[in-house]
Ligand binder design. Sequence first.
Ligand code: UD1
Ligand code: MG
Length: 465
Amino acid sequence: MSTVAVILAAGLGTRMKSRLPKVLHPILGDPSLLWVLRALPADLGGAVVVVHHGKEQLLAALEAWQKAGLLPCPVTAVDQGEPLGTGHALQVCIPELDRLGASQVVILCGDVPLTSPATVFRLCAAESLLLAMDLPSPGSYGRVIQHPDGRLAGLVEAKDATPEQLAVQRVNGGAYALPWPALRKALLGLTNDNAQREFYLTDAVAAVGREISVAVEICDPEELAGMNSRHDQAALQAAAQRRIQRHWMTEGVTFLHPDSTLIGPRAILHRDVLLEPGVRLEGTVIVGEGCRIGQGTVITDSVLGEGVEVRPYCVIAHALVGAGAKVGPFARLREGTDLGEGVHIGNFVETKKAKLHRGAKANHLAYLGDTEIGEGTNIGAGVITCNYDGVNKHRTTIGRNVFVGSDTQLVAPVVIGDDALIGAGSTITKDVPADALALSRIPQATREGGASKLRSRQKKGTGLS
Ligand code: UD1
Ligand code: MG
């Protein structure tokens, strides 16, 4: 017997005005539903996501998160069919909850992303609990009616409420923990005899409250705020960002301009990290102690070792950057980039599937793709690994302490041995052995006085011929 979470995510989300299901809209790069799932404790008996509108997209997202190891517990999905209300959403979960052997059910909404793991943990640990909030303008939220001792006495949707009930400022946050046998029984007795002709989960929760004592906990409204519009999305993102930045400041991180900096929920920043204005970190990003990330830099799913300096305006995705490396300004590290300790990648250098060993340098204007570059090797300005022949990709392997002169094209597949030296402007199509000097140049022709002779021919209109 165990606690199982149910996440409601079948609604249409009309007010988002979007092709994307509402719960897949991102807050700091992570979809709302992923925030909800990631707040669940790992020892749950499972989580059931109720889907319908945008089902294909939702199932694909769940599979991708599962594969990426982002989900703390096993997650299954149940198709609600035409959504007939929150109570109906739970009714369609009855077979799945029975199959999972649920003794306790925790219910959350997929469009309420900022409920903290601590709050979800309290919910999971409670026997029967409803999360509420006190709002000065309670609007369309359901109203919470309590017994004098605080226990739940009833739940009334705004559209069904009397004027006295509408005046109640304590509202239902839509997050509950309830014993499954009591909730199951209440679900079987639901009707849609109300203003919205919907099967209300709130009626079932109120019915459970008549059988057993259901506690009411008042939460910070931010934790229970839902995303129903793009305005809500922006407000939630701002709230999430404040929370995340406060946390990392406490841990010893400097934000030079917090308002323009966006740090996702899965970033991990070590002490003495300094973030300049306009930095964005998305996905799983780990930034080592003492790193400085330059203005306007975007980093996605990457790991930076200690003391890395990323100068302004770099784009880094799916890359590893070794301790003490220097990157940018204006560098692009793409998927499969692996920079060793102290590597230098300068301006207008693009790397992809490129492993550069300790101390290697590519300081200006280069494309390094499908390549391994040995320790201490220097890649000159304008060097290109020609890795693609129009059909297949090929590798370029360069040894240690090699000097690759400026404006060299390395036509892959090609291997350059240790300590080799390639003259500037070469097109290298054949392997170069260790310690060899390789050059491929058209001999230079110089004609004394040729410039003025050419100019006079140009004036007569006979030009170069
Ligand atoms: C619900 C509560 C209300 C509470 C509010 C808190 C009910 C009847 N009312 O109202 O008391 O104050 O949440 O946010 O429960 N969903 C489904 N299937 C459905 C209907 C909804 O999966 O058939 C999902 C939605 O996608 C959403 C969640 O359930 O994630 C809440 O549904 P919504 O229609 O927004 O309920 P509210 O009217 O806001
Ligand atoms: Mg709602």
